[in-house]
Write a protein that binds this ligand. Structure first.
Ligand code: BES
Ligand code: ZN
Length: 628
């Protein structure tokens, strides 16, 4: 069916990136913990694509520009434009004194300011160890421009040299070189990467090995727990991913467990994945986040969406690969347990995760204004505001649908390495992905017919749930559904017979599905206050859980359907929890919950109590959620 190609340049950059090729970038910075700034130089080796190019425009946001050189000659011929769209920052336009037919270098000396959105500086007292201050960055999607002047678009990739002068141990998104260079921490990233994958963390950080090519980094308190959480799975995940796609290109896969204000679950910074400390649950129940960030080593980091309008390409593919990896782990475990249907168990596991994802998609579609696969980010739309689970889960469903109609994994699998090889080191849009799919399968006329039958435009541009609903295997979900149904039945009779035995064998994702399913049913029933009271009595496990995934579902269900006021202890505890986690996945819905089901006043006073501890991105998002 019809495929409309809306091909355009990245609307989320002010730069004239399409005019240049970047050969190499050197970022040479000093971390100033006292003034909470980084300052230094960025040096680009680049060439104009066309002769007669007279100007180079870079992205910048809240940066101080100190001095600029072209081929080592200083120039004053530059200006910072007005902040036309708040999210996009200021264009930094630099006149080229002559036209250059060959490579030239552009050197910019700059400093960040207190308004920088990419960096969070933590005082010593705000860290776990309290032995040193801490700095970390989060550049995706468009915050790199507040850390250094750059072509801040995923369409531009280059190799990087990264140098950091810091009094504390420092990690950046490249290969750590053994010897310091001029007293600076030195990293090389030979694989071309976009600006959003540049990252830095500095503080009292130590490490332990978690596999033959992997180390885990964190502050010293808790380091052993971090090691335990990931040492069993990390290498296994890499090996499985390599079988599914191809060899891991980046040599080392290390991860850093950040302080609690890190705003995401994980961030796939090359060679040094950043993760939230909420993953350290002492039961390895959240290693899937590591599988996800690892999968980005291919989808996102090697093969990159060419603008944030095609963000689903990064995340949909990554969720797809993550679930393939976890399916194979489950199959291997079942095989070890001597189960003859181990392959089936692997698929059931993948489908179970997809069901939880589907529920998240349904919920997100109710709450988001960006529910189509390809986003429209024109006129300065903020990609942070478009962010939700939709690109992940609608994107996953798109690829899963293609896998299904093309004949299942056996038929689809050869396409995976083909696609990632074809686009490695490059950036692409949704249309190039579909073209690659056609190219690969068109030799088989039946498969070409199948592809011709796909309703491409609806998948790519229509709002809301996908045009074709998936059929997931519910074997592992049925237990959760059954228990939720039993609660609804018994509550209608006003007679409850439940105990902790009911949920004793559940793993954490079954708890999640049970609680979500029950919450969905409560929306349609009476007696909810009664039921919530019974639930609290029967399953004290839930109120005590420190697993963020469980805790957030439990709080949502009980606060929405119980009868609480801001003076109740459980509300107080929940509000305090919002001050200790910085992961937006928990923080944002948490404040919305307080706003809608306790009171707006209480939500705001709680936010005011904790706002100083949040990361600037999280702070801005909650502020906008609460309309402050
Ligand atoms: N790349 C994302 C995080 C991100 C996306 C940061 C967009 C900024 C802008 C990362 O890979 C991710 O998806 N993290 C998830 C993990 C999950 C899906 C397993 C998260 O943070 O919850
Ligand atoms: Zn991701």
């Amino acid at each position: 069916m019809k495929l409309t190609r809306k091909i355009r340049l990245d609307p989320s950059t002010n730069s004239n990136y399409a005019e240049f090729n970047v050969k190499h970038a050197t970022l040479d910075i000093k971390v100033h913990f006292d003034s909470k700034k980084i300052a230094g130089k960025v040096i680009y080796k680049l060439s104009a694509k066309r002769p007669n190019t007279t100007e180079i425009i870079l992205d910048s946001s809240y940066l101080e520009i100190v001095k600029i050189w072209i081929n080592d000659l200083p120039t004053d011929n530059y200006k910072l434009g007005a902040r036309k769209y708040s999210a996009l920052g200021n264009a930094l336009s630099i006149a080229l004194p002559t036209t250059y037919n060959d490579d030239f270098t552009l050197t910019i000396q700059f400093a960040t300011t207190s308004q920088c959105t990419a960096l969070q500086f933590l005082d010593r007292e705000a860290t776990d160890g309290k032995t040193a201050p801490y700095l970390f960055s989060q550049c995706q999607p468009i915050h790199a421009r507040s850390m250094f002047p750059c072509f801040d678009t995923p369409a531009v990739k280059s190799s990087y040299t990264m140098l950091a002068d810091s009094s504390y141990f420092t990690l950046m998104s490249g290969r750590l070189q053994e010897a310091k260079k001029d007293g600076k921490w030195h990293f090389e990233q030979p694989v071309p990467i976009p600006s959003y994958l540049v990252a830095i963390a500095s503080g009292d950080i130590e490490s332990e090995p978690i596999g033959p090519r992997s180390r885990i980094y964190s502050e010293k308190p808790g380091l052993q727990n971090c090691k335990w959480e990931f040492e069993q799975d990390t290498e296994n995940f890499i090996k499985i991913a390599e079988k599914l796609i191809f060899e891991y290109e980046w040599l080392k896969f290390d991860a850093l467990v950040l302080p609690s204000s890190f705003p995401y679950g994980g961030m796939e910074n090359p060679n040094i994945t950043f993760v939230t400390p909420t993953l350290i649950s002492k039961d390895r129940s959240q290693v899937k986040v590591m599988a996800h960030e690892l999968a980005h080593s291919w989808s996102g980091n090697l093969v990159t969406n060419s603008s944030w309008e095609h963000f689903w390409l990064n995340e949909g593919w990554t969720v797809y690969l993550e679930r393939r990896i976890l399916g194979r782990v489950a199959a291997a475990n079942a095989k070890e347990d001597g189960r003859s249907n181990y392959e089936e168990v692997g698929e059931q596991t993948r489908h179970f995760a997809s069901i939880i994802g589907w529920n998240a998609l349904v919920e997100s579609c109710k709450a988001s204004n960006f529910t189509s696969l390809i986003w429209d980010l024109s006129n300065g739309a903020d990609p942070d505001a478009a962010f939700s689970r939709i690109p992940y889960e609608k994107g996953f469903n798109f690829i899963f649908y293609l896998e299904t109609i093309l004949g299942g994994t056996k038929e689809f699998d050869p396409f995976i390495p083909h696609y990632f090889k074809q686009f490695q080191y490059k950036s692409l849009d949704s249309f190039e992905f579909i073209d690659a799919l056609y190219d690969f399968f068109k030799k088989d006329s039946k498969k070409k017919e199948i592809l011709d039958s796909v309703d491409w435009d609806t998948w790519l541009y229509e709002e809301g749930l996908p045009p074709v609903l998936p059929q997931f295997d519910t074997t592992l979900a049925d237990e959760c559904y059954k228990l939720a149904n039993k609660w609804i039945e018994q509550s209608s009779r006003g007679n409850y017979d439940f105990s902790e035995v009911d949920i004793a064998t559940f793993d954490s994702s079954q708890h999640v599905l049970f609680l979500e399913t029950l919450e969905g049913k409560l929306a349609k029933s009476d007696n909810t206050v009664d039921l919530v009271g019974q639930l609290q009595r029967a399953y004290p496990f839930y109120s005590q859980s420190s697993n963020g995934e469980v805790k957030s579902r439990w709080s949502s269900l009980t606060i929405k359907f119980g009868n609480f006021s801001s003076s109740d202890e459980s509300i107080e505890l929940f509000a305090n929890w919002l001050g200790t986690v910085g992961r937006m996945k928990f923080v944002r819905p948490g404040y919305r919950l307080l706003r809608d089901y306790v009171s707006e006043e209480f939500a705001i006073s709680t936010f005011r109590r904790f706002e100083k501890s949040y990361h600037p991105i999280c702070w801005a998002m909650v502020k906008s959620d609460l309309k402050l």
